[in-house]
Ligand binder design. Structure first.
Ligand code: GRF
Length: 201
């Protein structure tokens, strides 16, 4: 296969979606490779998991930066040093600035635990239950300057069942997250490879 698309994963915590991407990228024909994992929280469990999987991991501590601009400058430097072409946000709990999003336009994916455009923002499982919805799910989308509003790449639905609480519902959604995020990265990476082939003539 042509050289695979170098991909960075940004996390803040557990990193189960990150691991799903790392596992998928182990397959010979997968069009992306996970070149870097970066967190804004040094104690993120996902950092240890990435290191154990043999992936380069950069644990940043957001609190040590003067603010978003300085933090994002450091993130960009790490991404450039890793020659990242795609970025997957996977439980990354910071809103990126419009300038950062523009710098990586069309190159940032996010996974959100709802059927976007429904339930943008936080606490989606609690809100799905409170609103008495029959269905819930997850979405992978490109990141734009507007929160949880960019073009949708993949979506999966799950039923809301009698007796569900937020934990049960989140677990049912998470199974689907781990299924569709690798599929979405596969599609996005193939598009990058196709663009590369075009520009090479
Ligand atoms: C996932 O539910 C994801 O959709 C949301 O945050 C959670 C992260 O979980 N954005 P993990 O760190 O990937 O395990």
């Amino acid at each position: 296969m042509t050289k695979r698309v170098r991909t960075a994963v940004l996390i803040s915590g557990r990193g189960s979606n990150m691991m799903a991407l790392i596992e998928a990228a182990r397959k010979k024909d997968f069009p992306a490779e996970i070149a870097l994992v970066l967190s804004d929280e040094p104690r993120a469990a996902g950092i240890k998991a990435a290191q154990a999987a043999g992936v380069a991991a950069v644990p940043l501590d957001y609190r040590t930066f003067s603010g978003k601009t300085e933090f994002e400058t450091t993130v960009t430097a790490a991404l450039v040093a890793a020659r990242a072409e795609l970025i997957c946000l996977a439980g990354f709990m910071r809103i990126l600035s419009p300038a950062f999003v523009e710098r990586w336009r069309g190159r940032i994916l996010n996974i959100h635990p709802s059927l976007l455009p429904d339930l943008r923002g936080l606490d989606t499982h609690e809100r799905a239950l409170a609103e008495g919805r029959a269905e819930h799910g997850c979405t992978v989308h490109f990141v734009t300057a507007e929160l949880d509003a960019g073009p949708i790449v993949a979506q999966a639905r799950v039923p809301v069942l009698p007796g569900d609480d937020a934990g049960l519902l989140a677990a049912r959604v998470l199974v689907e997250e781990h299924r569709i995020y690798p599929q979405a990265l596969d599609a996005a990476a193939r598009a990058v490879l196709a663009a590369r082939a075009c520009s090479a003539g």
